[in-house]
Design a protein around this ligand. Structure first.
Ligand code: BG6
Length: 490
């Protein structure tokens, strides 16, 4: 086994999915604070109030929500909003970080809540209580020798920007994000070395509510362009002011295998990889849109307003390392045949008969991870960080106060083995921060029972429970894994 001695073993959570404290400490609501959990019949819905006082629900993903004329985002009394309290990291962070320390984490990947730091935009000023919260979190990490890896943006746009400024559609957001980010980078300069601008930046293309609506498709590409430029500007800032620090941008590793050996299927999987994944990562790693972008824009009937300054910013803001999430792989068939579909976080796909699936129907594919690591490293030749990987599963808290989760151990073992082989074969992988090391709220469904953690949080899908923390069997297993630097996976 060949993990480097400074390999960043650890875990990952995000502010909106774990923190809670949605209206505490001067934080303003973000978009997920208005989202209900999904039900069998409906996806996650955002809620609003009309001027006559009546309430309504609408499909909304992150900063993309279609509100009726005159409606304001609002919480409906009596409804349960899972992100409001989430798993209450806000009040439990000391205990949680102590548990991460006990597992021997070298790194803890987390996100800043923009709405906690600048609740109502840059002009209205910084919220010192929010700033202090993260100082406390980082200090706690450093106490246990844990390196914080900090994402500046993860699916939790302050709602203010969406209602007042039209969110990422508005170019002004580039500067707002730049101001927020550079403030944070300066403020936490003594505590944070690894930064990342956006989480799953390619998600902008998968949160289109109505694919047949040309304006929405155009808007998705525009939003993404603004995010790419904003990211590049922040990367440049770090390079100019803190050359010793490292900064990346993260994409959802939506890896797609060819469906058959029909060359047409091969071509299709290449196209899908271009369109869903490389279009974005080629841009932030190489500093310009790839050659096939023109084909993609044409096919989608979109025009991107790329100013000279944008071109310069993109060129000057190439990331230092490549960060990705990896949960499952997909297939896309070219042939018109009956195919069985499966689930996925941003997009579902076609069932791969060679792979088992999780409780939520996501294809489990550690071999695919090895393949993916080689693909990415061959293409970019910069260090890679696997910052999100894990198994969302039903867990049961037993009478012995433990969760016995061999399925989760099996999942991580197989993925760690795949990473180890890739490293042996030359891939420069610098870290593995497993997703949801502490149970948290699912991004796609709003459920808590879809658990990823090594640490169980006693709370159900309606927020009932003590919020007490319990170790799962995987907790001890991961501890051993880290202690042995990935050698002991039994
Ligand atoms: C990743 C997201 O794509 O998938 C996380 O970055 C998310 O926010 C994770 O939680 C797992 O997806 P889900 O829907 O099971 O929470």
């Amino acid at each position: 086994m060949s993990f480097p001695s400074n390999f960043l073993w650890g875990g990952d959570i995000s502010a909106n999915q774990a923190e809670g404290g949605w209206n505490e400490g001067g934080k303003s609501p973000n978009m997920t604070d208005y989202q209900l959990g999904a039900t069998v019949d409906t996806p996650r819905m955002a809620t609003y109030q009309m001027s006559d006082g009546s309430y309504g629900k609408t499909v909304g993903a992150f900063d993309n929500v279609n509100l009726p004329e005159g409606a304001k985002l609002a919480c409906i009394p009596g409804e349960f909003y899972p992100n409001h309290k989430a798993t209450d990291f806000y009040h439990h962070y000391k205990e949680d970080i102590a548990l991460f320390g006990e597992m021997g984490f070298k790194a803890f990947n987390l996100t800043l809540s923009w709405a906690r730091i600048y609740p109502y935009g840059i002009e209205k000023g910084v919220n010192h209580e929010g700033v202090d919260f993260y100082h406390n979190v980082f200090q706690e990490c450093l106490k246990y020798g844990i390196e914080p890896i900090v994402h500046l943006y993860k699916y939790d746009m302050p709602a203010f920007y969406v209602t007042e400024m039209n969110g990422w559609l508005n170019r002004k957001l580039i500067d707002e994000f730049y101001q927020f980010s550079t403030f944070a980078i300066n403020e936490y300069k003594d505590e944070v070395t690894y930064w990342s601008t956006f989480n799953e930046i390619n998600a902008a293309l998968f949160t289109i509510i109505d694919e047949s609506n040309q304006l929405e498709v155009q808007n998705a590409y525009t939003r993404l362009h603004h995010q790419l430029v904003a990211s590049a500007k922040v990367v440049k800032y770090v390079h100019d002011h803190y050359p010793e620090k490292k900064i990346g941008c993260m994409t959802a590793g939506l890896f797609t295998h060819p469906y058959t050996c029909d060359p047409k299927d091969q071509q299709l999987s290449q196209k899908v990889m271009h369109d869903r994944f490389y279009y974005v990562s080629d841009t932030f790693v190489r500093g310009h849109y790839p050659s096939y972008a023109k084909r993609l824009w044409k096919e989608n009937g979109v025009t991107i307003e790329i100013t000279e300054e944008d071109t310069r910013d993109l060129e000057n803001g190439k990331v230092d390392f490549f960060e990705f999430s990896y949960y499952f792989t997909n297939l896309v068939p070219i042939h018109d045949e009956e195919t069985e579909t499966i689930g996925g976080n941003l997009i579902g796909g076609v069932k791969n008969p060679y792979l088992k699936v999780s409780d939520w129907g996501w294809a489990i594919d550690p071999e695919g991870l090895k393949f993916f690591l080689h693909e990415i490293y061959d293409r970019y030749q910069i260090p890679l960080l696997n910052c999100e990987n894990g198994l969302g599963a039903f867990d049961t808290l037993e009478e012995d106060g433990r969760v016995h989760d061999p399925y989760r151990i099996e999942y991580h073992r197989a993925h760690i083995q795949a990473m180890s082989e890739a490293i042996d074969e030359g891939v420069d992988l610098i870290g593995y921060t497993t997703w949801g090391c502490l149970d948290l709220v699912s991004a796609s469904t709003g459920e808590i029972r879809k658990r990823y953690g090594f640490v169980y949080v006693d709370v159900d899908d309606q927020g009932n429970g003590t919020y007490k923390r319990y170790k799962k069997d995987s907790f001890e297993w991961y501890k051993k894994c880290i202690q042995s630097n990935g050698e002991d996976l039994d």
